[in-house]
Design a protein around this ligand. Structure first.
Ligand SMILES: *Cc1c(COP(=O)(O)O)cnc(C)c1O
Length: 388
């Protein structure tokens, strides 16, 4: 159960009094996992669950994906591994993409998390710990094939391959790298990174390769390696810019109307008076703002939807509320408490991201903690697990 829901229940706040309803369709998540698995077959598919499973709740997402057959999970920071560990079934592996901060090696080993070693220093420290404890420690080794973010350079990897003492006490479970432009199917960077990945894996024969993120799964069989590593596509976002989105939507967000009013032409709306009504306008104030993950860049740009009608956002997004123009609706259409759609069948995640001048990843990972979260479980679990 998610922290927010626990708090909501503890304080006796029911769904109708929450500022909005965030519906997370875990059956669609499983469908997406299966779709990615079919696409990557015979390569098994891991799940990237960093940033609380892209804002959806790792404690809910991980057990459901495990039931669907997923055994490898990736977080970014060590603290995420610490928080996720209690929800992780015993036969699952948990990788830490950002690797080891100096001094965190012992805690990482105690937790049983597998670090992604991104530098010679990280490898050295992990090896030293293994030797000091007289045990073998697992690790993934990341090579930078052209993103200049994390990982050893190819020459560093070569040095390590020719002097295996540098990896004493370490059992490598993966050689991995990350694609910088996998969402653009024709981008020249991907084949170049693939060539680098092949050179790297040849240095460590027999060690499984992990390369493809969401976009990489759709680039072609040569990118899939031995363990695919998608994140965003699991959560329903489009894995590439070129294709129609092949994933099922997982997130639906509806927010509540607080109040409505009709104002004359020439009325300044919201902070800074950044919108002036051009005519008599009916305004609805909605109970979500930038503190709920609706970026301020949606000011005067985005929209909400109600029964097929687009309701343009007018004025600046406030911290806890925003205003929409509802002149197109019947005067009594939006009683206080009515839910209007922000993400859903009328307005995709990608559309909201485009209006906000950002990407679906950022919209997902900022989804607020003040909504009532409703988790819809796959049918095999229905009845067993609490529904919210
Ligand atoms: C975030 C991340 C992924 C997942 O990427 P998506 O584009 O969300 O599929 C995979 N590998 C690494 C190293 C990452 O940082």
């Amino acid at each position: 159960m998610n922290e927010t829901v626990r708090l909501t229940m503890a304080s006796g706040v029911d769904e109708t009094s929450a500022c909005g309803r965030l519906t997370i369709d875990l059956a669609a998540l499983v469908e997406n996992y299966r779709r990615l698995s079919r696409r990557a077959a015979p390569t098994p598919v891991a799940a990237v669950v960093k940033a609380d499973a892209y804002g959806l709740g790792a404690a809910e997402v991980v057990p459901v994906l495990h039931s669907a057959g997923c055994r490898d999970f990736f977080v970014a920071h060590f603290i995420e591994a610490v928080r996720l560990k209690p929800f992780l079934p015993g036969d699952a592996r948990l990788y830490v993409l950002n690797g080891l901060m100096p001094g965190s090696e012992g805690a990482c080993a105690d937790l049983g998390a597998i670090p992604v070693l991104n530098s010679l220093d990280q490898a050295k420290a992990w090896s030293a710990l293994a030797l000091a404890r007289g045990i073998e420690l697992e690790a993934a080794l990341q090579v930078d094939t052209g993103m200049a973010r994390l990982g050893l350079s190819l020459p560093e990897l070569q040095a390590l391959a020719t002097d295996p003492a540098g990896l004493a006490g370490i059992r490598l479970t993966l050689i991995m790298s990350h694609l910088a432009c996998a969402d653009q199917p024709d981008h020249a960077a991907s084949p170049s990174q693939l060539a680098g990945m092949r050179t790297a894996s040849a240095l460590f024969p027999g060690i499984p390769v992990s390369f493809a993120n969401s976009g990489g799964v759709f680039l072609g069989p040569e990118y899939r390696g031995d363990l695919a590593r998608p994140g965003v596509a699991l959560y329903g976002a489009a894995p590439t810019v070129a294709e129609e989105n092949p994933m099922h939507p997982v997130v639906r967000l509806d927010v509540r109307v607080i109040q409505t009013r009709t104002v004359p032409a020439g009325t300044a709306v919201g902070y800074g008076g950044a919108y002036l009504t051009p005519r008599e306008t009916r305004i609805a104030t909605l109970a979500a703002g930038y503190a709920d993950g609706l970026p301020r860049s949606l000011s005067n740009r985005g929209a909400a939807w109600f029964e097929g009608t687009r309701l343009p956002i007018i004025g600046r997004i406030s911290m806890d509320s925003l205003m929409v123009d509802v002149t197109a609706l019947a005067e009594d259409a939006l009683a206080p408490g009515t839910l209007v759609e922000m993400i859903g069948p009328n307005q995709t995640l990608e559309a909201v991201a485009a209006d906000a001048d950002t990407i679906s990843y950022e919209i997902l990972t900022r989804l607020g903690q003040r909504y009532h979260r409703h988790y819809a479980y796959p049918s095999s679990r229905e009845g067993g697990q609490g529904q919210s």
